[in-house]
Design a binder for this molecule. Structure first.
Ligand code: GLU
Length: 482
């Protein structure tokens, strides 16, 4: 059996977006599923629109998702000499020919064809001229399409799609400035790279019969194609910024796990029974191109967030701690003891659906300063509260044992002495220690903080509040898709 070879062939004219990442994933899964190879090709032949910055962003996005390729990246901009050989081959065999029609002439022909309701716009005027351009003479190279019969795309997802060859123009494969067109380089590279299967967006369907003819013109067997459904928003309109961030890396920034992102991308247009949560290994073993849907897939931010939460839940505290470290480092909280972070993460993990939320929850454990919720500080760090919190800090400082029950006993004893309810002390303490009114259990938090941090934080919060020197939280930054 021949080896299965798939590729991802992005044009670096934008960031790696949801649709592109799904294409990469499906080709990756198909290759891995069948023990084949996955190739990365950067289609940067459009030099005006391609940038190194986008190439870097695509590579970074793939690396984040762990979509490792076996060969490449190959760059089309480095491969002109090879394309030249393929063009010569087509001219030599007569499967392509020079066309000398000017832009104005072609425009006239197009209008005429439209007026007559004819398919195609070029009248094949130069098809049988059999001449090459003279010195300085402008000409393009066109493919000699079959004039009748049909081209069948044996689509892996949609079954056979039949195209009438009379609908296919003699398409331009080399422009008058000598540069090969998208169709030519795309096919020439698929031949050279031995690609056997291509999964790509359904927006390419009309290109496929044309490209199949280029394969034939070059004496090569076309690969098998599968055209994947569009990704739409909940309103069924094509996915766009309106529906949330479309760049994959924006989800990293928002604290999504790469494995959850892969899982959710896989479910966009593909299913396996009613299973929703997949590990990478499960995706590889379950992936089947024939199970890709034909109808559009709806991107649903809430579902994605749920998938992320499920993956967060399945991680050990150690794995979560490792995953959240970069988010803590970004806030200037690095270098914490692994065990300490793990214990803190175990305590607060249920309150976080993303790594950003987990970093928020962990911030009081590792930050040197705390950012306060202004309303909470105003409500709970008034003069009377501060007096109590200072008293509490002194008591805690002399506690013999330091663990959650001991801390709780001290809180309760203190309240009794003051003749107040526990909440009247616990809530100000929570605000002083975490910056806000919602957190994990306060005694458990104190236990993890340790005596020094707890006492110092209570005292610092009182001093800062008194001096009007608290740092307040910035309003929450918008989440993708929210
Ligand atoms: N560069 C093309 C794109 O990004 C590749 C199309 C294909 O996969 O053949 O749409």
């Amino acid at each position: 059996m021949t080896e299965i070879r798939t590729r991802f062939a992005p044009s670096p004219t934008g960031f790696l977006h949801i649709g592109g990442a799904r294409t990469a994933l499906f080709n990756y899964l198909f290759a891995r599923r069948h023990g084949g190879r996955f190739i990365l090709r950067i289609e940067d032949s459009d030099r005006e629109r391609s940038t190194d910055q986008f190439t870097e962003a695509i590579l970074e996005g793939l690396a984040w998702l762990g979509l490792d390729f076996d060969e490449g990246p190959f760059f089309q901009s480095h491969r002109s000499a090879y394309y030249r050989t393929q063009i010569d081959k087509m001219l030599g065999s007569g499967s392509a020919y020079w066309c000398f029609c000017s832009a104005e002439e072609l425009d006239g022909k197009r209008k005429m064809a439209q007026a007559q309701g004819r398919a195609g716009s070029y009248d094949r005027n130069c098809r049988d001229l059999r001449r090459t351009p003279g010195e300085g003479e402008a000409a393009v190279i066109r493919l000699r399409m079959p004039l009748d019969g049909s081209t069948v795309v044996h689509d892996l997802i949609r079954g056979d799609i039949v195209f009438d060859n009379r609908e296919l123009d003699d398409l331009v494969v080399v422009r008058s400035d000598g540069t090969p067109t998208f169709h030519l380089v795309n096919v020439a590279d698929d031949i050279d790279m031995g690609i056997t299967h291509i999964l790509r967006g359904e927006d390419h369907i009309t290109n496929t019969p044309r490209q199949i003819q280029i394969f034939r013109a070059l004496g090569a067997k076309p690969p098998l194609y599968g055209h994947m459904p569009l990704i739409v928003g909940k309103d069924r309109a094509r996915l766009s910024k309106r529906h949330g961030a479309t760049s994959v890396l924006a989800y990293r920034e928002a604290g999504f796990l790469p494995e959850a992102t892969l899982n959710y991308l896989a479910r966009l247009g593909w299913s396996h029974g009613d299973q929703e949560i997949f590990s990478r290994a499960e995706l590889v073993s379950a992936f089947d191109a024939a199970a890709i849907n034909k109808s559009a897939a709806a991107f649903d931010m809430e579902k994605f967030a749920w998938v992320n939460f499920e993956h967060m839940k399945s991680k050990s505290a150690n794995e979560l701690t490792r995953a959240v470290r970069p988010y803590l480092a970004e806030r200037g909280c690095g270098g914490y003891d692994e065990r300490y972070l793990e214990t803190a993460a175990a305590l607060v993990r249920d309150r976080a659906k993303t790594l950003v939320e987990l970093a928020d929850q962990l911030a009081p454990f590792v930050g040197d300063t705390i950012a306060y919720d202004q309303a909470a500080a105003e409500k709970f760090l008034g003069e009377a509260d501060r007096a109590r919190l200072r008293g509490l800090a002194d008591e805690l400082d002399s506690l013999v044992q330091w663990n959650a029950p001991a801390v709780e006993r001290e809180f309760r004893a203190f309240c009794e002495g003051e003749g107040i309810k526990l909440g009247a002390l616990a809530q100000p303490a929570r605000v002083a220690l975490t910056g806000g009114t919602a957190s994990a259990g306060i005694f458990e938090m104190c236990a993890v903080f340790g005596r020094a941090r707890t006492v110092a934080r209570l005292r610092a919060a009182c001093a800062e509040a008194e001096a009007g020197a608290l740092t307040f939280r910035a309003p929450a930054s918008p989440q993708p898709g929210r």
